[in-house]
Design a protein. Sequence first.
Length: 163
Amino acid sequence: MYTLRCTGKLLKRVGPATERVREPPTTRLGDWYGTLVHAPGMQVVLLVSERTLLPVVVPAREARTLAARFPPALAEVLAQLKVPSAVIDREVRSMAEPRIGKTASRQVLGSMNEFLRLMPYRWPPGSLTAVALELAETPCGPIGMRSPDGLTRELLAAASGLV
């Protein structure tokens, strides 16, 4: 279980917040933050892990289905990062019942804004997964100037006992 923490713009499209009391997530990557992005020629949603700042980019169409479309997109990014399939499956299964909530971390929002500034340099994309993977190489201050891709691999490897 996790909370999809939406900016105001995205929350209007996804639907009302369902989170009543803040509960800790059961996913390894924590809660996810999302914002609506008006990219050249399309609208997308940028999603960022609260724990590792790993970005995932998905089409904004049918925003009310975002919670269902997001886990497969995350699985694709994790597979490209060479995360073992058993670890990916466990993370995706733990995302089965998301709550919808408002943003709660200015640090995560700051990192999202940095990714938004970098996105035009990666446009037009070969794929949205490719955009996410390029953004994931960006060193981020809130995680000690590490890159989200490396920290995600490390966190998931430690959680699976592969370290």
